[in-house]
Design a protein around this ligand. Sequence first.
Ligand code: SF4
Ligand code: SF4
Length: 131
Amino acid sequence: MIEIVSRERCVTCDRCVEVCPRNVFDRGEDGVPVIARQGDCQTCFMCEAYCPADALFVAPFARPEEPGSPLRDEEHLAATGLLGSYRRQIGWGRGRTPGAAVAVGPELPHSPPPIVTPAAGLGATTERGAR
Ligand code: SF4
Ligand code: SF4
């Protein structure tokens, strides 16, 4: 579920607002999206995948994180490399190879779900263990 929009990183491009299939975001007055309907999030990671600034974090769980969770702490997510890590892991972004998962990286405190890679085709999955 979407947890973080980094005001520090956001470049107000509106991509997350456009790609979200559940209309979770509102555009803030300053252009930075606001998580307006978190309960509608379907944890599809599309917003994080499309964000060019690695400014979003979608936790791999269907319920919101509890207050005080490190997965709601932007500073922690930035320091551990988790902020925007889904996009990085699927290889989207300048200098990255689409479909290539990183070999090493920070780990979540829980087992993440597998991700289906377009290159691997339907039914094939790759572990998101580096996230
Ligand atoms: S994870 Fe999917 S449903 Fe949730 S905010 Fe991002 S794009 Fe919208
Ligand atoms: S996609 Fe990223 S940079 Fe663009 S508006 Fe959304 S959070 Fe900001």
